[in-house]
Design a protein around this ligand. Structure first.
Ligand SMILES: *[C@@H]1O[C@H](CO)[C@@H](O)[C@H](O)[C@H]1NC(C)=O
Ligand SMILES: *[C@@H]1O[C@H](CO)[C@@H](O)[C@H](O)[C@H]1NC(C)=O
Ligand SMILES: *[C@@H]1O[C@H](CO)[C@@H](O)[C@H](O)[C@H]1NC(C)=O
Ligand SMILES: *[C@@H]1O[C@H](CO)[C@@H](O)[C@H](O)[C@H]1NC(C)=O
Ligand SMILES: *[C@@H]1O[C@H](CO)[C@@H](O)[C@H](O)[C@H]1NC(C)=O
Length: 337
């Protein structure tokens, strides 16, 4: 392996941050040890939020494919910024945007599916352009005097073209910087397909970065790369097949020490705009805001009190009575004035 990296680990960073901020009312021991993340697709339903951020929820971090956090998500859930493409990386406001994030933000994800087209959410960047931007704009963030970020290499599509892209990216990195290449702290990957394919793709990248990467060490310090699966799902399958794939994948990923984090795609309701590609059975909530089987399992399952069909209080109609209470209060205030 090739470079030194800050010894701050994800959990250490998170626990250190917890020690310095007031304990959030929703935090439990589950939260600090879970690898499970929320891939935020725009769900703004209050009832859904109540379940996602409840004390027993397994969700321990979130991201939204952008460098900007979501103000309605409790700050007790660490936010992981992502630089989607070249424009994000070279933005003149990048430093100030990242600098404004809470100290619980420690990891930075880079270029989203650069081997994919913009139509499918990719960033369509050539390996050499990506390497140049990574070295110019992203590598300095690892050692910035005001704030050191743990950074990932770009997350390609889970495919042969993704692996080819990473090979060319690596070659370009070493052409541009013969001493350091493109240093990284963790590997981010995506997988859409069955469990066997997930295990195989993860194994391929482990071989690429760790097994084969070791021999290329140009530095005396070794690094322990961790792996993040930032998008995964079984698209276009039945509800039962989807649940079985998630179940097997969660146990497997939880058991691997080099897997630090993962996020199911995505945390939203069925019949959202994105399920034309994935199919609706990946959804965590039904279109009416009740947990699906997949959603209940992802939040922790029955042992933690999550069952299919559950809704947050606002989703059960308390939102209406809450609104009525607000209106009554406003009416009262008005009648007093
Ligand atoms: C790892 O190295 C072996 C031997 O050179 C090679 O056959 C294999 O394709 C490499 N694996 C990856 C994922 O690049
Ligand atoms: C990246 O390229 C360098 C230089 O050719 C090589 O030594 C190293 O093994 C490559 N790393 C990976 C992960 O393929
Ligand atoms: C890498 O991990 C091994 C085993 O967990 C540990 O002994 C070693 O200190 C770690 N090295 C670094 C540089 O963190
Ligand atoms: C998940 O798998 C385990 C072990 O294979 C099994 O006992 C459990 O019932 C499964 N859970 C779900 C929700 O499918
Ligand atoms: C939270 O999980 C614990 C077990 O981990 C369980 O005993 C408790 O009832 C759950 N709380 C709720 C509100 O479901």
């Amino acid at each position: 392996m090739t470079t030194a990296f800050p010894s701050l680990s994800w959990k250490a960073g998170f626990l250190a941050a917890l020690a310095t901020i007031p304990p959030p009312t929703t935090a439990t021991s589950t939260t600090s040890t879970s690898k499970r993340g929320l891939a935020y697709l725009g769900d703004t339903h209050t009832g859904d939020d109540e379940l996602l951020y409840s004390a027993n929820s397994s969700l321990a971090w979130y991201y939204n494919w952008s460098p900007n956090a979501i103000t309605t998500i409790p700050s007790s859930l660490p936010f992981v910024p992502l630089l989607h493409g070249l424009a994000d990386a070279s933005s003149s406001t990048l430093q100030s945007t990242l600098g404004a994030l809470p100290s619980t933000s420690t990891h930075l994800l880079t270029f989203n599916e650069p081997d994919g087209t913009t139509d499918s959410g990719g960033s369509a960047i050539s390996p050499s352009d990506a390497a140049q931007a990574y070295i110019d704009d992203i590598v300095p963030l690892r050692t910035d005097s005001s704030r050191e970020w743990l950074i990932s290499h770009p997350a390609t599509t889970g495919s042969d073209s993704g692996l080819s892209w990473l090979r060319e990216f690596n070659a370009s990195c070493w052409e541009i910087d013969a001493e350091n290449g493109c240093p990284l702290d963790f590997v981010a990957l995506h997988w859409y397909g069955d469990f066997a394919g997930l295990a195989s793709w993860l194994g391929t990248l482990y071989e690429f970065y760790v097994t084969n990467g070791t021999s290329s060490s140009s530095s005396s310090s070794s690094q322990n790369l961790t792996f993040w699966i930032t998008e995964m799902a079984l698209p276009q399958a039945s509800a039962d097949e989807t649940l079985a794939m998630m179940n097997q994948s969660l146990s497997y990923l939880d058991s691997l020490s080099y897997v630090e984090a993962y996020a199911w795609y995505g945390t939203d309701r069925k019949s959202s705009s994105w399920d034309g590609y994935t199919g609706g059975n990946v959804a965590v909530f039904t279109s009416g805001g009740a947990l699906t089987d997949v959603g209940a399992l992802y939040l922790g399952g029955e042992k933690d009190g999550f069952k299919a069909g559950m809704k947050g209080a606002a989703g059960r109609g308390f939102g209406v009575s809450w609104a009525a209470a607000v209106l009554a209060t406003v009416g009262f205030a008005l009648s007093m004035s």
